[in-house]
Design a protein around this ligand. Sequence first.
Ligand SMILES: [Zn+2]
Length: 499
Amino acid sequence: MHKTLTGSVMLALAIAGACQPAWARSPAASANEAATARHYASLIAGEQPKVAELTLFFTQMPKGGDLHHHYSGSVYAEQYVDFLDKQGLCVNKQTYRIETDKAVIAAERAKPAAERNCLSSAEVYADDHTFRELLQRWSNKDFANHGALQPPPDRLFFQTFGFFGPVSNANFREGLQELKKRAIAENVGYIETMFKLSPFVANADFDQKAWLNVDNNAALEAELRAALGALEQDPAFARSTSDFVARIQEAAEGIDDERFTMRYQTYVLRLLNPSQVFSSMVSGFKAATMNDKIVGVNIVGQESANVSMRDYTLHMKMFRFLKSVYPKVKVAMHAGELAMGDVPPEGLKFHIDQALVVAGAHRIGHGLDLVHESNAPEIMKKMREDDIPVEINLTSNAFINGVEGANHPINLYRKYGVPYVISTDDAGVTRHTLSNEYVLFASRYKPAYAEMKRTSYNSIRYAFLSVAEKQRLTRQLDQRFAAFEARVAALAKTAKPSK
Ligand SMILES: [Zn+2]
């Protein structure tokens, strides 16, 4: 039987192997690529990779896109300090929390500067002690340094969002513009950001039934269908979803241009109660059908927290149901962001598996607990055969979960042919860049240049974009690599022979 090519097959052909094939390149371009590969090989050779030079190399190398990127965790604390004045807020210099009570703020403003307990942006910057202490609470700055605060790193990480929360849920245009500027400066052409928590409503009756029916698929599905129907009849809920879409559309204005493209995922918070998670998921799925710039739905929040563990399977079944209602909406999922000791051993055995098999995830975020999962070989086979990538976040995994080096499952994914992308997670909180993630990957695991290049292309290949948009960004990446390799080849020629 004659089979017509589907969109995904055509795309696979269009960007097969990702990088431009040798026959499509000029001899000079091929020579530059070979010189770049030799130069890179010299940087990772030996017991001590040349990390400083790798940093220069990867800062300039085109890096396609960043597919695991949280908006609020990517803005640096310094910009959040700037936002205090923009919103007319101040920060308490004892607690480092943002004051939002207008009466307290007015009373503080009326005091002489020396007696003020709540500081403006300029006052924070002028007071070095307060500024440095603030950075230790709003990010992981100085965590490993002498004299720093050292709460458990996962607690420090997740608490930062509470500190800067009052200013991170506003000023979106400024925040996005800064992230765009930073991306262009390190040769990143695309970001797919987890932008906003979609709206939700609570329903105590739904919560009770959901917990009772978690193992009864037919009853659970009937309950989810009834709840969806009720939400669709609720004009206030419809309005909250359309307002949510409008805010994203407004924030996105002026971001895309010929050099840079940004797309947005909505997310649900796995720490909330079932009715809140489900209604948030409904508005997230609906939002993704209402606006082309909203390209997927994710689930976030500390996975080892009690509620996240208790409701994990229930959440996966909610995703399965909504994917049957909205089959075109893409889903990326934090799954298996767990290390030995984070939870009892049985909690490490099924999260990636259920994200794939029950929820139907198109991409897996982190996938750290792979080695503990009961079906690890089948998970890798499915990801390989269904072309489902894992999003690797090395800095985040080392800081939050203490998983790094030989303890990280990235080499299993590579060894068994699972596609992967390199991404940042929360580069503002953990104070790094996408280039830095490439440096860590290259210096720790020493993949060949061809693999590093393919990894960069993978972040376009696995983006939740249309075929046409992927082709445009792939062509852009071809041009950027040609320019980069010409530069590296020229630099390599001027290097003195090593002793
Ligand atoms: Zn994440």
